[in-house]
Design a protein around this ligand. Structure first.
Ligand code: HEC
Length: 114
């Protein structure tokens, strides 16, 4: 009986310590969500806004509303090469901040369609 009481006390103490140490939840990257990114939810709107005016058909630099086209460019490294390394796409000025971080994270996570 004494042992159970001691164990209960110790456990309670441990839990309260752990809680204090955890502190407030700090969001990474200043609120830029770079986890579980989806082509349909985060990436397609970025491409729509910055790329599709030019990239809108297979004859016209590739159709970037088409997942398969973008996936192939992501997997080959060409997408990141132009957007993140050479930074010459879009030609009007490079993507920056959260938009660029999300493209990078999406490519690094295997460019999923989900
Ligand atoms: C003002 C028109 C225009 C916009 C906007 C634009 N592009 Fe392009 N893009 C082009 C043209 C033209 C080419 C083909 C010539 C070249 O490779 O430079 C091209 C080529 C590319 C290529 C190489 C394709 C290949 O098969 O080798 C990639 C990757 C690319 N663009 C990505 C993007 C991304 C991503 C965006 C948006 C963030 C974007 N572009 C916005 C005009 C544009």
């Amino acid at each position: 009986m004494k042992l159970i009481l001691t164990l209960t006390l110790l456990t309670t103490l441990l839990i309260s310590c752990a809680k204090n140490e955890a502190g407030p939840f700090v969001e990474p990257n200043n609120g830029c969500d770079t986890t579980d990114l989806s082509f349909n939810v985060e990436i397609a709107p970025i491409l729509q806004q910055n790329c599709v005016s030019c990239h809108n058909s297979p004859q016209n630099n590739g159709d970037f509303t088409d997942y398969t086209t973008v996936k192939a460019l992501a997997d080959s490294g060409i997408l990141w090469q132009r957007v993140g390394v050479q930074k010459d796409m879009p030609p009007t000025g490079p993507l920056v901040g959260c938009t660029l971080e999300q493209i990078e994270a999406w490519i690094n996570s295997g460019a999923p369609e989900n």
